[in-house]
Every structure is written in C-alpha cells, then in structure tokens.
Design a protein around this ligand. Sequence first.
Ligand code: GDP
Ligand code: MG
Length: 185
Amino acid sequence: MSMNMKRRTLLKVIVLGDSGVGKTSLMNQHPLYVYKKFSQQYKATIGADFVTKELQIDDKLVTLQIWDTAGQERFQSLGAAFYRGADCCVLVYDVNVVKSFEALHNWREEFLKQADPAVPETFPFIVLGNKIDIDGGNSRVVSEKKAKEWCASRGNIPYFETSAKEDYNINEAFLCVANTALASE
Ligand code: GDP
Ligand code: MG
C-alpha cells in the first residue's frame, strides 16, 4: 500500500421500521455526504434499494451503502439479500405513534433471525425516534426517557431523535452508524 493511499471501507447498513415512520425520507434527506447514488436495478429485482454515501472519519474513507425497502415491509418479510452481510442495522420509529415504538422489538428480532450475525449480543444497532418536529413535540406519545431505557436494556444501543422534515440530527445519527460499525469490525 502506498504512503498516501487511504483506507477505504464499505459498510452495509439496513434501515428497518414500520411503514410510514420516515425511513425513506431519512436516508434521502441529509447533505453530509459527497456522493449519493441510487441503484434502480435492485429495486426492480429484490424490492429494495440503496443509496451510497461517502464520509471521511480520521484518515479513513467510509462508504455507507444504506439499504431501504421499497415499501413491502407492510406486506411480507424482506428477502435474504436485503439482510445479507449487514454491518449495522438502523431501527426507526415515529415518536408520535406508539405502535411503531412497540414494533421495534419485532424488527430487531427479525433482523437477528434473518441476518444471523456471528455475535448477536454485540451486533451494532442504532435507534432513531423520528418526526420530533410534528406539532412542536406536543403530539408525541413516546418519551425520550422511555426510548433510551429500551436502548439501554439491549446493550446500550445509541439513540437519536430526528426530523427528516427539518433535517435535524441526521448527520449525527449516520456518523454514529459509521463509527459504531467500524468499532465492531
Ligand atoms: P417510510 O415508509 O418509513 O419509508 O416513510 P416515508 O419516508 O415514506 O415517510 C412517510 C411520511 O412521513 C411521508 O409523508 C413523509 O414526508 C413524512 N415524514 C417523514 N419523516 C418526517 C419527519 O421527520 N417529520 C414530518 N413531519 N414528516 C415526516
Ligand atoms: Mg419507504
């Protein structure tokens, strides 16, 4: 390796959560990354799609390949190709919809079952409580405290409150995704 060659790392990140919580909005919203590309081919073939985003962490170039469903999380389980080789799993709920918070448990279980990581106890998850902008926070039904307790009791999963609409805390969340996945490599 030449002296000035930077290390490149590709991380596969998958985004899960109930339909409507804002998964697609979150991954399309943030401007941190220099490069963004959709692969339409995957959408057609496996009902999922990814965006590719690059960021620099210290002297490392990190490429996040962030996978999103094409909406079929409502109807059926996602195919094996969606889960295969994931380095980090982002679980999203809507702070205004209690059902979407309660569903985090099942999404996490489904991920562990399908992706079958070598060490499930330490696999990097991140939880995002989205749509905190709605009604100035007055319609939220899941408190930050409750969400943090859920995360703490599952091996201290990092937790972020976000708004895809107002582009709030999304860069921070995806930087954490990259750092957490790198740390567990
Ligand atoms: P997905 O089904 O999880 O991919 O959710 P979408 O990204 O399609 O979002 C569902 C709806 O919620 C859309 O109408 C979005 O515009 C809206 N939405 C997503 N994120 C936010 C947010 O942070 N705040 C508000 N107010 N609306 C949002
Ligand atoms: Mg979507």
